[in-house]
Design a protein. Structure first.
Lengths: 993, 488
């Protein structure tokens, strides 16, 4: 038969040329792709059929016949079926009957965040992300549909290209939470993030799915001519808000009053107190120094990120190569981040039935750490608290390291600590994934996939001899942590059409994951000078420590999905899952879910209404999943080998056995209505969910007289329920476009049961975070503060009889609030006009309470030696009896009981806020102009993060979450000198060649 | 090709079909931890490691005595929990009283586990078993004693019998908890019952260790057990027993005062010296860094503590009051090492290793035994030369008299029996010497309590002088929930 050439142009239904469309001769692997202008040319034999395929468009098959020119219009937007990544595969959203939220690369491109998980904040209904603080490298708490555990982790399972990550906070805690291992992920590599929220979506992850699953897909190449992208942004940052604290003279005046008040507090009359107090450490407001410590440790930070990548491919090979570099200097002096990431992926069709691929992405993240929160070495905390009457430098301008004897609680000063502590953390992670996929028979595909994370963390800390930590002869620390985490997944997937519109998909497979983490740590003190920076020069090795721990999981999974004409949808998912973490007899469990959907708008009877209501789909799911995020050996009775004494090795019992220990089980119901109006110009969904978690992995308190304080048991129940609403509207479609997306969710969390006889478990320094039956997890149990007694300046509390009293009694505690928002979400709005685009993204949390535990230091009407917030200035004196703040009584110097400084509702605040997370103004140059210089696309943009915040919160920044109680689930909504977030301004350019 | 690949994949998949056998590497299982002599030896070290903790023998039990007495020190630290201890206004959720409680019982459980394992293992060498059991019994006694002194509804009523001390003490725990089905919910015994149990354990420990030896350096031995027993009797004001037991130590223990008091403290030279009877080992990499004595007392560490004016003023009573005409006429220079060496610039200098904070907490040293013996001896037998000798021995070590040429002059500032016109005067002199000699070593509040004294602003037996049972315990133990101390 004769060979001849066929050519033509491929366009979409708006007439726009489509480059990179695959044009393949049916039944062969021969094919070409369209060029930039959508043109193609291919040699065919008579009788051939051409297959035109392009991602996101409907594939068309056209018999060539006698034609030599075939122009093709590929199915346009209304035909476009959104494809979402689901557990172990992909699925069109139309046939999906589970709850999946998606965040695409476009949503988060050019948004400056230090850690990728911040990009989930406010983007998906029901997904609440709270950064622990504004410190670079600080972890974030991600909660999908509430908090569903008390003792085990409530972080969702994060799976990146098939590898479930080990999420942990590592390194020196440094006063807060240490470093997030997720800091090693380069957000520029991410193509999409899917959040699986219900039991049907997550069941294939079995015993680890109860907190939801976040699937991250990284960028890969697509067929087409090479596309080169490069660009970046740069800008500066500052704190969203810094606390307002007393100046030297203000402090001095309040100090003198606090001495007199303190004496009155222990029984002196005012006149005597004044005369005696005048002799106790008086400060002269007229002459004291006034050092603005916070200003001295903060700066205008800077940020820049640059990327370059090339991707493309031909009919059988697709590739992607890229690199990213990020440099960031935080607004606290000394806090820096540098990340370099490289990524490569290749996908090859070995034959028309066999495909293989590899991706590899090494990333190195260096963070110059600072101490945080509950640490004197923390520049922010120390500057907040050190009294402003201390001078920073002497007359020659040298930093003073001994700023007076009194009021000096600690060695060093904030500025000395900032200058003379060198603290660096280096994450090096290589994520790699390789697969082989074979089409065995028509519709049956076997896939074997091996993914691994090679993770290393190195930390070096050197504190000089004048610093708080290093005094008097310097100290150093080295930490080296190593982890191999690999997953091997084998899948058989069979897709078939049974005819007459019946479609069936059957999937089965196995997944094995193994992770081993080792660490060595050494500390030393006593250096011959600050010039010696390594541990080698330490006179005294003071800590030598090691970790070696391991776990594995093995699961067998199965899935059956059926639909009839994409109208009636059913799926059944099962995973039999086991983990080394659980007791020998309880190692395996089976997790099942079912889901069903009904595309009502596809029904014939629906036809008439489609002008207004264009899409309507009802779906629901029900099933059980587990949570296995506990320690690797919690089931065993153990004696620790870290009980050496006087140089001799020792052992001591440190854990009671629990031979029954297994996963937590969450049973979740999910009912959703998806809808589209006006030919889907407005789409949205309304979802109700209810999660019942039982067999909680609970650290049940037991009498300390046993020698132990807790016993980890499967006991107790917790409920999370709520409503999620997502709305997307294309409001204007003319030359001026306006797209609006809103998501909002509610969350009701309630502890349903604890261990028999246990109704309440307290956490936190003063037991203010409670786990109490009938209350939300971590509810705040506090004595109610009632202001100031105008007669004597006493702090007043409300006792259990409802009377105002001046005695603080813990028995008067009531549930005064909880950390869960009533509703939370995000609003994303994009205006477009020609090449101009304005995007605003607001994020909000409403109805959550924050306990400012820091107030017990910074808002105590000066009861100790620490500086106070400006709001303390309206304090009671005999001449200011109508004051809002109780009489200053210095208990640290004088003694006597605290006057209002105990943990009470005085420090509980409404943490609601709405924040302009991102605003971006971008301009894409007209293609006609850029193509003249050989560039497809040039985009220039200016962007801002956290520029506006509306809140009644009294602290500097409501977006805080200190892990104070040592339990991230219970202590959410606490803050203890957590640094505010950064307000960032960036300008950038994107080029596509 | 296709089939081969399919077979390969399926067979590979079958390989990955079960979980590996993963054993912990940082811990061992409990049944192995007490199995034999070697394991029990490590368990003994582990028991001392628990005792070495900040909240047990590692510092706080010493430090809190100073905080409660609040007479020798000025505390200006920022920890609210400690401020509350100082001002006797602790709440039931005070973290320090919680930690002290928890960690003492953890140590008791470590001791009980050893006692139980030895009693149920007849294959052990008798010598090892006796020595190890003796140490564990003493540990249990030490912890119960420290607990009852802090949490008992009132202190032991000085001079009363144990039967008469019916106020609530602390739970006595003598069985180990090593499995979840062994968890118990004990109630509080009376203070007298706790003292009885403590004395019984110490007496058995003395017998066992006398016959079989005690532990190695930094561990307990029969003399440590006697020293502690003497301390228990002293707290009861049972002076006859104090005298008997301290006499045993003085005649049989082979201890001696080291030439210079500071030698007991300065880490390089003084650890486990001739004067040391019980001492908790802290090494650079074991124990610290933490909230140790050094951390709180040392001027170069947290420096939360200064020496009080009241304590500084005592120096005058020790020496100036005794400056007779002879001394004055000769222009002799009198100095007291306890003020010149162990206090510098108004700061405590007993714990001087600010770099490593590895000073050993001194639990009992020979000077205490001599002073206890002298006091008991006067109280039982009236003033006498032996008691005087011990008083002067402790005193003269630290007080130096030199002439104008700097040469030492002996004998000019010693007490003589003629200095005391009543027994009480001599007792007062011994108590004064004791306060100065043993300052910052954990005696202040307890020495007050046994004399029916109380910190300024309080009276003996006041509710505020007893710590409450920690809230955590009250919340989970229904028995103890009904037994909270009065006033909480």
């Amino acid at each position: 038969m004769a060979q001849r050439t066929v050519s033509g142009k491929v366009v979409d239904d708006t007439g726009e040329a489509l480059p990179g469309v695959n044009v393949v001769i049916k039944g062969t692997t021969t094919g070409v792709t369209t060029d930039l202008d959508g043109n193609y040319q291919i040699s065919v034999e008579d009788g051939a059929t051409l297959v035109f395929s392009y991602v996101g468009f409907e594939t068309q098959e056209i018999a060539v016949g006698a034609r030599t020119t075939i122009d093709v219009t590929l199915g346009g937007a209304t035909e476009l079926q959104e494809v979402v990544v689901v557990a172990f595969g992909e699925q069109s959203r139309k046939t999906l009957s589970s709850s999946v939220s998606s965040v695409s690369a476009e949503d988060i491109a050019n948004v400056s965040v230090p850690n990728f998980e911040r990009n989930l904040q406010g983007r998906a209904a029901g997904v609440n992300v709270q950064a622990a603080s504004g410190t670079l490298g600080a972890p974030a708490y991600i909660r999908v549909r509430g908090t569903s555990s008390i003792t085990a982790s409530s972080q969702p399972l994060i799976v990146i290209d098939g590898v479930p990550l080990v999420q942990e906070n590592i390194g020196t805690t440094a006063g807060a939470n240490g470093q997030s291992a997720l800091a090693a992920i380069n957000s520029n590599d991410i193509a999409s993030m899917e959040i699986l929220k219900d039991a049907a979506g997550t069941a294939l992850y079995g015993s680890r799915a109860a907190n939801g699953v976040i699937l991250i897909t990284t960028k890969r190449g697509q067929a087409g001519k090479p596309q080169v992208n490069f660009g970046g942004y740069a800008g500066w940052s500052e704190a969203t808000e810094l606390p307002e604290i007393l100046t030297g003279p203000e402090f001095a005046e309040m100090w003198n009053e606090s001495i007199i008040g303190g004496l009155q507090g222990i029984g002196f009359d005012r006149a005597t107190a004044e005369s005696v107090g005048a002799g106790i450490l008086p400060l002269d407001p007229a002459t004291v120094p006034s050092t603005p410590w916070l200003d001295l440790v903060t700066q205008t930070g800077s940020v820049s990120e640059f990327y370059a990548n090339v991707s493309g491919g031909d009919e059988s090979t697709r590739y992607y190569f890229g690199a990213t570099r990020r440099d960031e200097e935080g607004f606290i002096i000394g806090n820096e981040l540098r990340r370099t990431g490289i990524r490569a992926s290749v996908d090859k069709d070995l034959t028309d039935k066999i495909r293989a691929g590899l991706s590899i992405s090494p990333t190195r993240t260096e963070i110059n750490r600072i101490f945080e929160e509950n640490e004197v070495n923390a520049p922010y905390t120390f500057s907040f608290l050190i009294s402003p009457v201390q001078a920073n430098t002497d007359e020659e301008g040298n930093l003073i390291d001994d700023p007076g004897v009194f009021l000096r609680a600690f060695n060093g000063t904030p500025t000395i600590n900032a200058a003379e502590i060198d603290f660096i953390a280096i994450n090096t992670q290589t994520l790699t994934n390789t697969y082989l996929e074979v089409d065995l028979i028509d519709g049956l595909t076997a896939r074997s996939e091996f993914g691994a994370s090679f993770f290393q963390y190195e930390e070096r800390l050197r504190a000089g001899e004048r610093t708080t930590r290093g005094n008097p002869a310097g100290s150093a620390r080295g930490v080296f942590r190593n982890r191999l985490n690999y997953t091997w997944t084998n899948l058989l997937t069979y897709r078939t059409s049974l005819g007459d519109g019946h479609n069936l998909q059957v999937q089965t497979g196995t997944q094995y994951q193994s992770s081993r983490t080792t660490q060595v740590q050494a500390d030393g003190t006593g250096f011959p000078g600050d010039a010696f920076t390594t541990l080698a020069s330490a006179a005294t090795p003071s800590v030598i420590d090691g970790v070696d721990t391991e776990f594995d999981f093995f699961g067998i999974l199965g899935r059956v999905a059926y639909d009839f004409n994409q109208k009636y949808l059913f799926s059944f998912n099962v995973r039999r899952d086991g983990s080394s973490r659980f007791a020998e007899d309880n190692r395996y469990g089976t997790f099942m879910s079912v889901s069903a959907g009904w595309n009502i708008s596809d029904e014939a009877f629906f036809g008439g209404a489609s002008e207004i209501l264009s899409t309507l789909k009802l779906r629901g799911s029900y099933g059980q999943v587990g949570n296995a995020e506990i320690g690797n050996f919690d089931a065993l009775a153990l004696a620790s080998g870290t009980a050496a004494y006087n140089g001799n090795p020792g052992t001591r019992a440190n854990q009671l056995s629990n031979p029954e220990l297994k996963w937590e089980t969450t049973t979740q119901l999910d009912v959703s209505l998806d809808f589209g109006f006006l030919q889907d110009r407005i789409t949205g969904s309304f979802t109700y969910f209810n999660k019942q978690t039982e067999d909680l992995l609970l650290d049940v308190p037991i009498p300390s007289t046993t020698g132990f304080t807790i016993l980890t048991q499967n006991i107790g129940e917790l409920e999370n329920s709520g409503i999620e609403i997502e709305l997307n509207a294309s409001i204007l479609q003319g030359p001026l476009t306006w797209d609006l997306g809103v998501n909002v969710a509610t969350i009701n969390n309630e502890v349903k049961a604890l261990a028999p006889g246990v109704d309440i478990i307290r956490f936190g320094a003063d037991g203010e975070n409670v786990v109490e039956v009938g209350q939300p997890l971590g509810a705040f149990s506090l004595v109610r503060y009632a202001g100031v007694d105008p007669n004597n300046g006493d702090a007043l509390y409300i006792n259990s009889d409802g009377d105002e009293v001046n005695v603080f009694n813990l028995n008067d505690r009531v549930i005064a609030g909880d950390p869960f928002p009533d509703y939370f979400g995000g609003i994303n709005s994009t205006w477009g006009f020609k090449g101009l685009e304005l995007t605003t993204f607001w994020q909000f949390n409403v109805g959550n309470d924050v306990f400012r535990e820091e107030g017990q230091f910074s808002q105590t009407n000066l009861q100790s030696i620490f500086n106070q917030e400006k709001n303390q200035l309206d304090y009671w004196t005999p001449t200011n009896t109508d004051a809002s703040i109780p009489q200053p009584r210095n208990t640290a110097i004088i003694g006597g009981p605290s006057n209002g400084g105990n943990a009470s509702t005085r420090y509980l605040e409404d943490g609601s806020y709405i924040r302009l997370k991102t605003v971006t103004l971008a301009y894409t140059l007209p293609t006609e102009i850029t193509q003249k210089i050989g560039i497809q696309r040039i985009r220039a943009f200016a962007s801002g993060q956290n520029l506006l915040t509306f809140t009644n919160y009294g602290g500097p920044d409501p977006e805080v979450n200190s892990n104070r109680a040592g339990n991230a689930n219970v202590s959410q909504g606490n803050t203890f000198f957590a640094q505010p977030q950064a307000k960032t301004y960036t300008f950038g350019l994107n080029f596509t060649l | 090709m296709k089939n081969r690949i399919l077979i390969s994949i399926l067979s590979l998949a079958l390989f990955a079909c079960d979980l590996g056998d993963i054993e912990p590497t940082e811990d061992i299982t409990l049944d192995a931890a007490f199995a034999d002599e070697t394991a029990l030896g490590f368990a003994l070290n582990g028991m001392y490691d628990a005792y070495q903790d900040d909240d047990v023998g590692g510092g706080f039990t010493i430090f809190v005595a100073d905080l409660i007495a609040n007479n020798d020190i000025v505390f200006s630290g920022s920890f609210t929990s400690l401020q509350e201890v100082r001002s006797k206004s602790v709440t039931t959720s005070n973290v320090q009283i919680g930690a002290t409680w928890d960690d003492h019982y953890e140590t008791i459980n470590a001791a009980n586990a050893i006692i139980d394992a030895i009693e149920n293992n007849d294959e052990l060498d008798d010598g090892f078993a006796g020595a190890a059991r003796g140490q564990a019994l003493m540990m249990r006694a030490v912890c119960h004693f420290e607990l009852v002194r802090l949490y008992g509804q009132t202190q032991f009523v000085p001079g009363a019998t144990t039967d008469a001390n019916t106020q609530l003490g602390v739970p006595i725990v003598t069985e180990p908890t090593l499995a979840s089905d062994q968890i118990t919910f004990p109630g509080r015994s009376t203070v007298g019952q706790v003292y009885d149990a403590v004395i019984a354990d110490l007496q058995t420990a003395i017998t066992l260790m006398d016959a079989n030896g005690g532990g190695s350096t930094g561990q307990f031995d029969e003399w440590g057990a006697r020293a502690y027993l003497a301390r228990v009797y002293l707290q009861m004001a049972d002076y006859a027993n104090v005298l008997a037991i301290t006499n045993e130590i003085i005649t049989g223990g082979g201890f001696a005062l080291v030439p210079s008091l500071r030698d007991n403290f300065f880490a390089a030279s003084g650890e486990f010296g001739a004067e040391s009877i019980i001492e908790v080992s802290h090494t650079n990499d074991d124990g610290p860094p933490g909230q140790t004595l050094t951390d709180f007392y040392n001027v170069n560490s947290r420096d939360d503590i200064d020496v009080s004016a009241e304590y500084l003023a005592l120096e005058a009573s020790l020496t100036n009051a005794r400056m007779d005409a002879d001394i004055l006429a000769n222009n002799y220079v009198v100095s007291d090492e306890r003020y010149t060496e162990l206090i510098i610039g108004g700061e405590v200098n007993k714990y001087e290793d600010a770099t490593n904070e590895a000073d050993n907490p001194p639990v009992s040293r020979y000077a205490e035994i001599l002073l206890s013996n002298a006091e008991a001896s006067v109280r039982v037998n009236g003033r006498n030369a032996t008691a005087l000798g011990y008083l002067n021995a402790v005193r003269n070590r630290s007080i130096n008299v030199v002439d104008v040429n700097g040469d030492p002059v002996a004998g000019v500032i010693d007490y003589t029996l003629a200095d005391f016109t009543t027994d009480q005067e001599m007792i007062d002199a011994i108590l004064l010497e004791r306060r100065v000699e043993l300052a910052f070593e954990g005696y202040s509040w307890h020495d007050m309590a046994r004399q029916n004294l109380a910190p300024a602003g309080f009276t003996w037996g006041a509710n505020a002088l007893a710590w409450p049972i920690p809230q955590g315990e009250v919340d989970v133990n229904p028995t103890i929930a009904t037994q909270q101390n009065a006033g909480y």
